[in-house]
Design a binder for this molecule. Structure first.
Ligand code: ZN
Length: 271
């Protein structure tokens, strides 16, 4: 499916469209799978879903796409239900899931930036780009993404996996953390691994990235090799960490995560 991002809605628009309606973090879907799961509204001006504000997203396979924020009091009508984005994964193809993630981030950004963060006056949509502008002090507010690194550290045939205190079960995963202002991604990888488990790393190489809208992260994944140090967990975020071989892995994260992709890559590499 081909998607072209746009931000200015079509003029005098009366046709059908795909609508990504969100009530908090839940998407309004129809009973069905794939493209059928998304609300497809024949006439945007007369549809019966009361939204607070809407945003234009662009064109998917020739169809206009919109996102909108629903009131907290909204109750889905017959044949419709609300589904968290996490549960949408696997129900629709990757391009639709990606568009749903984008829609969610834009709805949230729109909701959180109605007022200027500097002077407190009302903002309006920019006519030049996807941004909100303060008419009073000219501050521009773009949709905000929080970059976070995630890294598979390897030592010979073993991988470093850690158990975070916040994990509800006995899952072990790779190290991850948010990038601090002014920091490069490589510096962030070195700092996070050292802070959480006391290990120095080298040979940091890019793996891939994943948009993770819970709440608004961009996960940038790396591989790295052990350089020095002994495992010493911070005791705050991480309560246990160890080196594991591909044959004796602990419980690891589910397939939809980039953490799992990194671990699967490591396992594949050991064959
Ligand atoms: Zn302002």
């Amino acid at each position: 499916m081909r998607f072209t991002a746009k931000f200015i809605p079509p003029k005098k628009y009366r046709g059908s469209a795909f609508w990504f309606f969100f009530k908090q973090d839940k998407l309004l879907v129809k009973r069905g799978e794939g493209i059928k799961a998304l609300p497809y509204i024949d006439n945007t001006l007369q549809h019966d879903v009361p939204y607070i504000r809407f945003q234009y997203l662009g064109i998917l396979d020739g169809e206009h796409c919109f996102s909108a924020q629903l009131a907290d009091s909204f109750k889905p009508g017959p044949g419709l239900y609300l589904l968290s984005l996490r549960k949408l994964y696997g129900l629709v193809d990757e391009s639709l899931f990606s568009l749903a993630r984008r829609a969610y981030l834009i709805v949230r950004w729109d909701q959180n930036n109605q007022y200027c963060g500097r002077c407190g006056k009302l903002t309006h949509d920019s006519s030049k780009e996807r941004a909100k502008v303060c008419a009073c002090c000219d501050l521009i507010m773009y949709p905000r993404i929080a970059p976070a690194i995630i890294v598979a550290v390897m030592r010979g045939t073993r991988i470093l996996l850690a158990h975070a205190k916040r994990f509800k079960n006995n899952t072990y995963s790779v190290i991850a953390g948010f990038v601090e202002p002014g920091e490069t991604l490589e510096e962030c990888v070195e700092r996070e691994v050292f802070e959480e488990v006391g290990i120095k790393v080298k040979d940091i190489t890019y793996f891939k990235s994943q948009s993770w809208p819970f709440p608004n992260s961009l996960m940038i994944a790396f591989n790295a090799r052990y350089a020095a140090g002994d495992i010493k967990v911070d005791g705050k975020e991480i309560d246990h960490a160890a080196w594991f071989t591909a044959k004796k892995l602990p419980l690891i994260p589910p397939p939809m995560s980039i953490a799992r992709e990194l671990i699967d890559w490591f396992v594949e590499k050991q064959r």
